[in-house]
Design a binder for this molecule. Structure first.
Ligand SMILES: Nc1nc2c(c(=O)[nH]1)N[C@H]1C(S)=C(S)[C@@H](COP(=O)(O)OP(=O)(O)OC[C@H]3O[C@@H](n4cnc5c(=O)[nH]c(N)nc54)[C@H](O)[C@@H]3O)O[C@H]1N2
Ligand SMILES: Nc1nc2c(c(=O)[nH]1)N[C@H]1C(S)=C(S)[C@@H](COP(=O)(O)OP(=O)(O)OC[C@H]3O[C@@H](n4cnc5c(=O)[nH]c(N)nc54)[C@H](O)[C@@H]3O)O[C@H]1N2
Ligand SMILES: [Mo]
Length: 641
């Protein structure tokens, strides 16, 4: 077992400080630690970046973004939404104006067709998957679109095993078939959308046979999906990282939304578009404004009315332009644009901005780094000051927002250990030291301020959240409830009430940046496993035949071709670097396709081996899902079963 990488992080119980990065940390009082942070940040008002936490409460995220905007005067605030959910938010916002999934979990149980596109929900979203299974039990047909025959696919009526990075080609062939078969909802398209003729022309070349060639999915399976989706009374199209973690993640999302526009599978009970959020409060972090271009309530920073509302609530002028996103902040660490970082509940040194080695190098070069986390993370080891936080879950009062836009109360059940304190209290006290006295008595006071600046949250008092067991946004009124699905207005007959039309995305198919060829013949994709949590994989880096650990998974045919067995180490080389990993054999894969967890382990390699080849220009999400590699057998077998 690889102790160095896999040892669980210890819990933080008291503040830690040091004068220089070469020194060991020493224990400090809260007063001393917060004074040091205030000193460190004061010097860098113009070159500051805030990383906020998609696992912490809404209240913590609201204060984190307020700290960046009000105390530090910058919109440079972001969270790991950038790595997974941002393309969904951008794609949905471009089509409908709101960046949230359009339907609710309950509707998944009462629908006719569920499509899980690039989503291994059985493994990564087990709670949601229970709703899917209830739907299936009630007669819904389930389709799974995934290069691997995942355990999610085992439950499906149809599995479409496409080639990595061919989602747009597949979606457009489905769209063409829907048009050809006369399954377009013409009323909806005519009333509520724009760009249909351009869409028809765009998808025209994507015949079933061309799509079969490009995507690898047999034509009859594409046809079946098109007919099932197009004929369904109600259908739910759900997706996650198989769609978003590409150089064109937002375009991929648009291509899926186009299918719903074509068939009117949105804005009605039981019909919808549902990107699943990775962590408990990714949606909330975005909704609270912990993103560089949006104020709380998904209001654009450039929207003067929204800015004025926040300025009057916060008593200060706000920067009137978009800030830097997570990826850009890391780039600016290199060029001097970001010199100080306040990192609340993010672990970029391990989870990495695409590449661990590069992220560590950039964090080390900062003038000042403060980390506020539950655990003593790899990122905390690089900091000047470390602040111990209470966990947002079970140790704090507040709220979080799930994939169906439902805001729910979280409650404090136990005290945090040692001197650890809640994120809300820490950020508030720090603001006070920097001259901004915020008199919140508790989390509810923070929430009520958020309600005053975000019309979509206005109706959600703590009391109502408790009475209703959570409420979905939008909730503009303290009396009424909105329907559980979004965009019902698109179905209005009256154009004035219908409002803005939803435009077709009209996106082109482009292959991944990293092409396979003779030198790099294998497509490596990454993803989750049931027994691992993001970058923490039980079993370390040396799997035995009974325990996978971190490894590269090959199909039986490829393993035989390379003459390798389970547990044997191989060298994996991409165009950007090389790592050594142990082999696991998985029948979910097919020849030419390899799979690994988020990071192939290799203690010797800290260079750019995991750097993504590209990013989505709209959402900033990295192309984590499509690397071209070569697998070389090593002369030495290090494991003998
Ligand atoms: N057990 C467990 N659950 C988790 C996590 C965890 O670490 N462990 N992490 C959480 C987080 S942060 C997130 S964001 C979510 C992610 O949840 P998911 O997105 O479901 O997880 P992934 O396994 O990353 O990717 C989903 C699927 O995309 C497929 N895929 C790869 N390339 C392509 C492609 O080109 N096209 C298509 N259509 N599919 C492709 C992969 O084979 C994989 O099965 O999971 C959350 N839940
Ligand atoms: N190669 C590759 N890399 C990837 C991905 C991939 O598919 N491939 N996926 C990416 C994805 S989808 C994601 S989401 C990222 C995840 O990467 P990270 O951002 O590192 O996310 P977590 O592992 O969730 O770590 C978040 C931190 O929050 C802390 N924390 C939890 N609750 C609280 C709280 O209430 N308050 C505070 N202050 N801290 C708290 C935890 O201790 C933890 O250290 O990794 C990304 N990296
Ligand atoms: Mo994620």
């Amino acid at each position: 077992m690889n102790e160095r990488r896999q040892k669980a992080y210890p819990r933080l119980t008291h503040p830690l400080v040091r004068d220089t990065r070469d020194e060991e940390f020493r224990r400090a009082s809260w007063d001393e630690a917060l004074d040091r942070v205030a000193r460190g940040l004061r010097r860098h008002r113009g070159a500051f970046g805030m990383l906020s936490c998609a696992r912490a409460t809404n209240e913590a995220n609201y204060l984190a973004q307020k700290f960046a905007r009000v105390v530090m005067g910058t919109n440079n605030v972001d969270s790991s939404d950038r790595r997974c959910h941002a393309p969904s938010v951008e794609g949905l916002a471009a089509a409908f104006g709101a960046g949230g999934g359009t339907s609710s979990y309950e509707e998944i149980e009462r629908t006719d067709v569920v499509v899980l596109w690039g989503s291994n929900a059985r493994v990564a979203h087990p709670v949601f998957f229970q709703h899917v299974l209830k739907g299936v039990q009630a007669g819904a047909r389930l389709y799974v679109v995934d290069p691997r025959r995942t355990s999610t696919a085992e439950w499906a009526e149809g599995w479409l095993g496409l080639n990595v990075g061919t989602d747009i080609a597949l979606a457009q062939a489905v769209g063409r078939e829907i048009i050809q078969a006369g399954l377009v909802d013409e009323t909806f398209v005519g009333r509520a959308t724009s760009g249909f003729e351009e869409y028809r022309a765009l998808v025209e070349p994507w015949t079933l046979s061309l799509a079969q060639k490009v995507t690898g999915v047999p034509a009859p399976a594409i046809r079946e999906l098109a007919h099932a989706y197009g004929r369904a009374e109600r259908a739910q199209l759900c997706w996650t990282l198989g769609v978003t973690e590409h150089r064109n993640g937002t375009d991929n999302v648009r291509a899926l939304i186009d299918l719903a526009l074509l068939t009117g599978q949105v804005g009605r009970a039981g019909a919808g578009l549902q990107p699943l959020c990775g962590r408990n409060n990714v949606q909330g972090a975005i909704d609270m404004g912990a993103v560089p271009h949006r104020l709380p309530g998904f209001q654009d920073v450039l929207d003067l009315d929204a800015r004025l509302r926040c300025e009057s609530a916060w008593g200060t002028a706000l920067p009137p332009h978009h800030g830097l996103d997570l990826a850009e902040m890391f780039e600016e660490m290199e060029t001097g644009g970001v010199r100080a970082v306040y990192c609340v509940g993010e672990d970029p040194a391990r989870s990495s901005e695409g590449d661990g080695g590069q992220a560590v190098r950039r964090l080390k070069a900062l003038d000042f780094l403060v980390v506020q986390d539950v655990f003593r993370t790899s990122t905390a080891e690089l900091a000047d000051v470390v602040l111990p936080a209470a966990s947002g879950w079970a140790e704090s009062e507040g709220t979080t927002t799930n994939s169906e836009r439902r805001v729910q109360r979280v409650r404090k059940a136990v005290d945090p250990p040692g001197e650890a304190r809640g994120d809300v209290d820490i950020i508030r006290d720090l603001a006070g030291r920097l001259g901004h006295v915020w008199a919140y008595a508790d989390a509810e006071a923070v929430w009520n301020e958020l309600r005053s600046v975000s019309p979509d949250h206005y109706g959600m008092t703590y009391r109502r959240l408790e009475e209703h067991d959570g409420l979905q946004w939008p909730c503009p009124s303290t009396r009424d409830l909105e329907p559980p699905y979004l965009h019902g207005r698109l179905w209005e007959a009256d154009p004035a009430r219908r409002g803005r039309r939803a435009p077709f995305g009209l996106v082109p198919h482009v292959p991944p940046t990293d092409l396979t060829d003779e030198r790099f013949p294998i497509r490596l994709t990454t993803g989750r496993r049931l027994d691992s949590d993001n970058l923490l994989v039980p079993g370390g880096s040396s799997p035995s035949p009974s325990r996978r650990g971190e490894c590269v998974e090959l199909c039986p045919e490829d393993a035989e071709r390379y003459g390798v067995v389970v547990g044997e180490k191989v060298q994996i080389t991409s165009r950007r670097g090389s790592v050594v990993a142990s082999v696991w054999i998985d029948t979910a894969l097919r020849p030419g396709l390899a799979f690994t967890t988020l990071r192939v382990p290799d203690d010797e390699a800290d260079a750019d081996q995991q750097a993504p080849a590209a990013r989505c220009p709209i959402a900033g999400t990295a192309e984590y899902k499509a690397t071209a590699i070569r697998v070389d057998k090593l002369p030495l077998v290090t494991y003998v079963g």
